[in-house]
Design a protein around this ligand. Structure first.
Ligand code: SF4
Length: 431
């Protein structure tokens, strides 16, 4: 036996259920040529899963494939392949991991070939890379494409004109494209049923994320949070599976609260909660467990994160609404975190700092995410000014292992935690 092998992560029942759901979805995708089902590729922010599934279509999300390949330590080779074929070092590494996956035979995490999509549905919510990415895929697959143009909320508000503009495109472009791909006529009642199921799951997700307002938090809303958003940000919004997953998850967290427990980590229950943090930016996926360990070993819990809002901001009250189906899909797309302007993003973080009684803000800036790394230093300074709480800035990457320097990140985090200790001691003295 190799004693150096990493121990298996400890998993709750909800994690096992999610694992089974994801595996089933990959089997449905890779089995599409046999089942005759059609595939729509789309992105997480602004995804129209309820609409897609109302046509009996399957949903494939390239970012999720890149994350899977990152966590299974496959993405490094894929990125190098993409760079060898001419994609520059600065290109978003999700894109390069996807292009590299294709060049390696497009093997899905279940070991089977991912069939080409029948339709590329670009719901454009704030990141220009999405558009370039689908241009590359269109060239590769030569399949139908449709684009939903979602106006950027530059003034921080969703206006009625914006909503009407999105609804018009849904009616005149997106729905006809989905009808053509599936051969199925649009049925608004099926969409309503899906949206009603989404709203139920969204209620439980929000309850789970807000449980971190308790001091001691029963969850980690970043490292644990990425598992909690899994079903709702991907192919399961609008399904009975999602309802059951979030009910199960909620009952587990209710129990942790009753038992006075902190978050579950891959190594079991977390010890004492020493620091409460808000985090901006996605995690690094290639060293995910190592990165998380740097926090729980030091007693640092992430109580709120913006990354867990990229596929939908639900904690400000938005729910998918079966009584206004197309308008609510429009509002969902318009309100995505990726579609918000800088003052709205800063305002959201400030709210989290206060409502979740955080000790500080940590920014994990992503080297190859040009869309969202810009302005993050300003965000940190602004939050420090508004809350009086110290911020810290680290830089890693999504799925490129070359840009995760464990020693540097650990050093930076350790000195940040020391600074938080000092700050706490000096504020006790002044009190
Ligand atoms: S938001 Fe960032 S990480 Fe996501 S696709 Fe755009 S550039 Fe890549």
């Amino acid at each position: 036996m190799n004693t150096a092998t990493k121990p298996e992560a400890i998993k709750d029942a909800s994690m096992l259920k999610q694992k089974e759901m994801i595996a089933r979805n990959y089997d449905a995708l890779t089995g599409a040529p046999e089942s005759g089902k059609k595939i729509v590729s789309t992105f997480v922010p602004g995804n129209l899963n309820e609409l897609i599934s109302s046509f009996g279509l399957l949903n494939n999300l390239p970012e999720i494939n890149a994350i899977n390949n990152g966590m299974r330590k496959q993405s490094g080779g894929m990125i190098m392949d993409a760079e060898r074929s001419g994609h520059s070092e600065d290109v978003c590494t999700y894109v390069k991991a996807d292009i590299g996956m294709m060049s390696k035979g497009n093997i899905a995490p279940n070991g089977k070939v991912m069939p080409p999509p029948n339709l590329l549905l670009l719901s454009y919510t704030g990141c220009f890379t999405f558009m370039k990415w689908f241009e590359l895929l269109r060239k590769e697959y030569n399949c139908d494409t449709v684009m939903l143009q979602v106006p950027y909320t530059g003034d921080g508000v969703i206006t009625d004109n914006m909503r009407k503009f999105v609804v018009k495109q849904l009616k005149e472009e997106v729905i006809p494209a989905l009808e053509k791909t599936s051969g199925v006529k649009f049925d608004i009642d099926l969409l309503r049923e899906n949206l009603a199921r989404s709203a139920k799951a969204e209620d439980d997700l929000v309850w789970v994320l807000e449980s971190a307002k308790n001091v001691r938090s029963p969850i980690d809303a970043y490292f644990g949070g990425v598992y909690y958003i899994g079903p709702i940000f991907t192919a399961f919004r609008g399904t009975q599976d999602a309802i059951e997953y979030y009910q199960l998850l909620r009952s587990e967290i209710e129990q942790r609260l009753k038992d006075g427990l902190g978050p579950i980590t891959p190594e079991g229950d977390m010890g004492e909660e020493k620091y409460r943090l808000v985090v901006e930016g996605p995690p690094n996926w290639t060293s995910f467990r190592e990165f998380w360990k740097m926090f729980y070993d030091e007693g640092a819990v992430v109580v709120a994160s913006t990354y867990t809002k990229v596929g939908g901001v639900y904690d400000e009250g938005f729910r998918h609404d079966p009584t206004n189906p197309l308008e609510s899909l429009a509002d969902y797309c318009l309100g995505c975190y990726t579609n918000r302007n800088m003052p709205s993003r800063v305002g959201l973080i400030e709210k989290y700092m206060n409502e979740y009684q955080a000790d500080g803000l940590l920014i994990n800036s992503i080297k190859s995410c040009n869309s969202f790394s810009a302005g993050q230093l300003m965000m940190m300074n602004e939050i420090e000014k508004r809350t009086g709480k110290p911020g810290a800035f680290i830089e890693t990457d999504l799925v490129d292992p070359r840009y995760f320097s464990a020693a540097n990140v650990k050093n930076r985090l350790e000195s940040y935690f020391q600074m938080l200790d000092q700050k706490r001691r000096s504020s006790r003295k002044t009190a």
